[in-house]
Design a protein around this ligand. Sequence first.
Ligand code: MG
Length: 379
Amino acid sequence: METSEQLMSIGAFARASRLSPKALRLYDELGLLPPARVDPGNGYRMYAPGQLETARLVAWLRRLGMPLARIREVCALREADASAAAGEVRAYWAQVEAETAVRRDLAAFLVDHLSRKDATAMSATTPSGTGGAAGRRPGDGPLAIRYAALSDTGLVRDRNQDAAYAGARLLAVADGFGTGGAAAAAGAIDALRPLESEGASAGVPAGDLLNVLRDAVDRAGDAVPDAGSGTTLTAMLWTGSQLALVHIGDSRAYLLRDGELFLITHDHTYVQSLVDEGRLTAEEAASHPQRALLVRALSQGPGNGAGAEVRLQDARSGDRYLLCSDGLSAVVDPDAVRRVVASAPDPDVAVRELVALAHESGGPDNVSCVVADVVAAAA
Ligand code: MG
């Protein structure tokens, strides 16, 4: 034990650590940095000089914006294993960057919407592109979509808890889980159906499209029948020149453009978060026993759609979109998926061939596919 002569008063310790006495009292109450000794008579907190390093670490981690509970973990880890503490900071920062990326997409969406309104008001010129949400290319006339959807039980499960939908404006796949999974998936898509009507998306004022989608996703969450169930939802809304994307969970959206198939959604899974944090490779993730564990999905409760990502995709004539549940993407080799998507003559053939691929791979899960082509609108 240190003797009281070696201990510092809270004021001296605060000056040396550059933390305020108020912060030090809070960190004590939270068990983050308990004083070396509390005087039983007057209750004064006394700190050991050896605690300065922890105090400085806490101060730095606060500057990073790390929550106190997580700082406590880092401090505890550091005592046992400094490299584990370093790994925890790295993981935290990867999470911050992933969240920032979602906010960046949201900002790009809003910038695009606002510029589009300007551009429409001023002239018929193509608005400048922002964050991958560029406008229609000059020369593209009016566009339309051709689409097909297919949902299949697969060869192993006894019922289908997926749902798929394709209409003139709305494309959606949902993959339900839990005892009420089928109702959750179907209900989520039903909640988006009102967007099928022309007025719901066409000519929506700048920025409002975002709210329309958010409201729809919140309604979709309300459709989840019980606390143990939920669903993924990946949907696109055709506005006549663009596709607005909403996404939560591990169903996926891909874009085939110029012969290349691009994954345009991010899996909200535990293993993907480990990949993002650099703790797992993509190859390891593909065979991880917990690869289906979702970190975000639509579940019961108000505002549960808050974890959904919303983004705007520019549409080009010749683009082909694929929306699918993990019964395709986690089961079929990505090259085989790309070959079918690139070569199928129309969306109807594409969805049937994709489901057939899942069957050839054993059909272990429900499988749902929506394929939509962006085409020149018939005159
Ligand atoms: Mg599934």
